[in-house]
Design a protein around this ligand. Structure first.
Ligand code: HSE
Length: 305
């Protein structure tokens, strides 16, 4: 029986200013998925992690991309998927994307890698559609490509990998759930031109900062004048954590994806560890359970192990 186990990284979407167009893969946390090729049509999904996710493949973020791939292949084959999720759904670090990307990369591996990475993103987007109602690629693209990715366009897909200098990432996940669909619903549908201009400057500055390995420029560009002012209201302690982390030497940071996780970038590991203590202290004082991660950028994306 052909089978493979894949490791599927968490991802930070948006990278503060790049709503729906920038994302980054993380070395920690990650999901594990076992995928088997079946010689009969159908998709069977089993969870080994206790999360109550839909078993119906069409409603499952791992199942929907596989259905799309099987439709395109048109062969009488199927897949069995066993998910061992470590990335909590609704945490803001790409849980649905890890399932979608993991399933589709594993399936492609079992089929002799017949699809390109861009094709795999195209299929994985069906999982994001199931999860949040919208095909946004800023989690699935970095999850599949690794590193930092720019999604210049979704229709047609145009994905650009952005090189970056070494960065340390501190993430705190307060134990509340923010559904991406809800966090999108509350956004204003129109932006002021002056805010758009500032945001464009920041996105261009951030990409240039990564490519020029200019840490100061990266820090200056980690500013969001459009989404963060609205969404940060859903996250207790957000302003305090951001202010204290920046005073302690963080380059900058903000909401990870649609939240509630918050991430901060640092130039060195000792600062990243200090930021973890700050995050822990704020949430302990507020009395909110939380998990923290100190990690680095994952360069490989989903990988068979
Ligand atoms: N760009 C998406 C959003 C990412 O912010 O809604 C969700 O993880």
């Amino acid at each position: 029986m052909k089978q493979v186990t894949v490791q599927c990284p968490a991802t930070v979407a948006n990278l503060v200013c790049g709503f729906d167009i920038l994302g980054m893969a993380l070395d920690k946390p990650y999901d594990l998925m076992e995928v088997r090729l079946l010689d009969q049509p159908g998709i069977v999904i089993t969870s080994r992690d206790g999360f109550q996710l839909p078993a119906d493949p069409a409603q499952n973020t791992a199942g929907a991309p596989l259905i799309a791939m099987l439709e395109e292949i048109g062969e009488p084959i199927g897949f069995e998927v066993i998910i061992n999720k470590q990335i909590k759904p609704g945490s803001g670090v790409g849980s649905s994307a890890a399932s979608a990307a993991g399933a589709i990369v594993a399936a492609n591996h079992l089929l002799g890698n017949r699809f390109s990475k861009e094709d795999l993103v195209r299929f994985a987007l069906f999982g994001e559609k199931v999860a949040s109602g919208v095909k946004h690629a800023d989690n699935v693209a970095p999850c599949i490509y690794g590193g930092i990715t720019l999604i210049r366009s979704i229709f047609p897909l145009d994905i650009v990998s952005i090189p970056a200098p070494p960065l340390h990432v501190t993430v705190v996940h307060p134990q509340i759930e923010v559904r991406t669909s809800d966090a999108r619903q509350i956004l204003r549908k129109q932006v002021l031109l002056k805010d758009a201009i500032r945001q464009w400057g920041n996105i261009a500055g951030l990409v240039a900062g990564f490519m020029k390995e200019d840490y100061d420029l990266i820090g200056r560009s980690l500013e969001d004048v459009i989404i963060e002012p609205v969404r940060s209201m859903l996250i207790p302690g957000f302003d305090e954590i951001k202010t204290k982390c920046k005073s302690a030497g963080a380059l900058g940071g903000g909401i990870s994806g649609s939240g509630p996780s918050i991430f901060m970038l640092s130039k060195d590991q000792s600062t990243a560890v200090q930021l973890e203590t700050i995050m822990h202290d704020v949430y302990s004082r507020i009395g909110l359970d939380h998990h923290t991660y100190v990690t680095t950028i994952n360069q490989q994306g989903v990988k068979p192990i």
